[in-house]
Design a protein around this ligand. Structure first.
Ligand code: SF4
Length: 501
């Protein structure tokens, strides 16, 4: 095999099989430039690893200054000598190569571990303990596989040292879930064999448009080819899996849009396994808009928004890696009059829990001052974070107050309650960015994105330059204004009721 399979390849494959293919075989000059945010993520990972290693309680062999075959030779020598802990080693077989952060001798065998600057678990919060992360399990599976093939281990219990300082054992012999009895080890072997097929060019992969593309370095290249191919995944929310189901009957977005919906019906079902009639009808409507058969966005239902003197358009900014909410921004407007519009923000100048609590409380008092008013936000994120903050700082704000606030009919998640349920748009996603831009709104920043804003905040903390803070606030203000533009856009949409399915 020309390319040995590495942990990075497993990660990339788990994000998108086509990414792995492009990384291996496409001209890297076609990649987007690495974003400042991804660079920051990478740097934070390195910093955290350094910190963990500097605090290790047992003596260890540090191989981080070596690379390639020299690193590998020293790792194998150390294993033969029975060194208890090896940092930054390298192990390989004819087909596989791995560089686990840690190799630990336990009960006469070696187990591998990685240091991660994230939580060891997916979906971990106050209510649920979460579950192992697939990409972590795959990477640990690779190290374990190599150690087994080299006869250095029979154990399948590697570990993750996570951002909370915990050593979490990943039992690869465990089932992935109650409903999915496949073990993590079986999942690893299956993934490995799929990757081998790609590396050997026995299969071809195709791009699929989705949220994961936003941070991918092939995004411009892929979008061009998806548009050229009129790919079905350009339809918002359709995704790779549903495309496979539809693809056997209809290959392009245009073909799909041009055929009547009745062609795809089979009684009260559709001819596509796993896709119900109402979902298909939604995709079909979106395809018709993207194919310009229907020419303008529309609403399925006349929507009545609350009438209050004051409206607030609300957006927060957080740094998920630090688990820190640093900005609550509002655009307020009175009597629907644009001249009254103003931006109000509550910004944490540094990462400090006292400050996080202060700006949260100030933002809450600000809302209470105006309530009853209509509050708009976009996607459940604001609600999730505010609930979390109210549990973290319960002394001055009761979590029940925040619960009740988000249940009020005056507090509206424009995305989940309105856009997703009742409207259709000729755009490739229903993000507030895409929809507001479709309506003619332009962000003042050349490169507006939540991820980039995290990187700006990071630089603000380091450099304390006023222009960086202004950039963060301007971007947040524009996000709030975009919501107002979207609200007005929705209010002006023509009505097109659901066809009877
Ligand atoms: S842009 Fe999207 S489809 Fe293309 S390789 Fe990246 S993740 Fe895959």
């Amino acid at each position: 095999m020309k390319h040995k399979i590495s942990a990075d390849m497993l990660y990339n494959y788990s994000q998108c099989p086509h990414r792995l293919y492009l990384d291996l075989f496409e001209d890297s000059a076609k990649q987007n430039r690495e974003s400042a945010f991804l660079k920051l993520l990478w740097e934070r990972g390195i910093d955290y690893e350094k910190q963990v290693v500097s605090e290790l309680k047992i003596p260890f062999l540090d191989l981080s200054s070596y690379s390639g075959s020299e690193k590998e030779k020293r790792t194998i020598d150390a294993i033969k000598q029975g060194v208890t802990l090896i940092y930054s080693g390298r192990i390989s077989t004819a087909q596989l190569v791995g560089e686990p952060d840690l190799l630990l001798k336990k009960e006469g065998e070696y187990i591998a571990g990685d240091i991660k600057s994230g939580s060891a678990f997916e979906g971990e919060n106050e209510e649920t303990e979460g579950k192992p992360k697939k990409h972590y399990a795959l990477q640990l599976g690779l190290y374990t596989d190599i150690l087994t093939r080299l006869n250095h281990s029979t154990s399948r219990t590697p570990f993750i040292h996570d951002i909370k300082g915990r050593d979490i054992s990943y039992d690869l012999g465990e089932a992935k879930g109650k409903l999915n009895q496949q073990t993590w080890w079986e999942c690893y072997l299956e993934t490995l064999s799929e990757i081998e097929q790609i590396v050997e060019k026995n299969v071809t992969t195709t791009p699929a448009h989705g949220g994961v593309c936003k941070l991918c370095h092939w995004r411009t290249h892929c979008l061009k080819s998806l548009i050229a191919a009129q790919d079905l995944t350009l339809i918002p929310e359709l995704g790779r899996k549903k495309r496979e189901a539809i693809h056997l009957q209809v290959q392009t977005l245009t073909d799909f849009a041009q055929k009547p919906l009745s062609d795809f019906k089979d009684g009260k079902k559709t001819i596509f396994p796993g896709i119900g009639l109402s979902t298909l009808s939604k995709f079909h409507a979106r395809a018709r808009l993207l194919a310009k058969i229907d020419t303008y966005a529309y609403t399925r239902k006349r929507i009545r928004f609350p009438r209050t003197d004051t409206e607030l358009f609300f957006d927060i900014e957080t740094d998920p890696m630090r688990d820190f909410c640093y900005l609550h921004g509002f655009v307020e407007r009175h009597h629907g009059n644009p001249d009254t519009e103003k931006y109000v923000s509550f910004f944490a100048d540094q990462v400090d829990e006292k400050l996080e609590e202060r700006v949260f409380i100030d933002a809450w008092h600000y809302i209470k001052q105006h309530f009853p008013c209509t509050v708009y936000y976009y996607s459940p994120y604001e609600k999730t974070i505010w609930k979390k903050l109210s549990k973290k700082y319960p002394e001055l704000i009761q979590p029940s107050e925040i619960e009740a606030f988000f249940k009020s009919p005056l507090v509206i998640d424009l995305y989940s309650e309105i856009v997703k349920k009742h409207t259709e748009w000729p755009t490739y996603s229903y993000s507030v960015k895409d929809l507001a831009q479709y309506l003619g709104f332009r962000w003042r920043d050349k490169n507006p994105s939540g991820a980039e804003s995290i990187e700006w905040y990071h630089r603000w903390l380091e450099e304390k330059k006023l222009e960086i803070k202004e950039r963060i606030l301007k971007y947040n203000e524009d996000d709030c204004i975009a919501m107002r533009v979207l609200l007005e856009g929705i209010q002006g949409l023509p009505l097109k009721p659901h066809p009877s399915t």
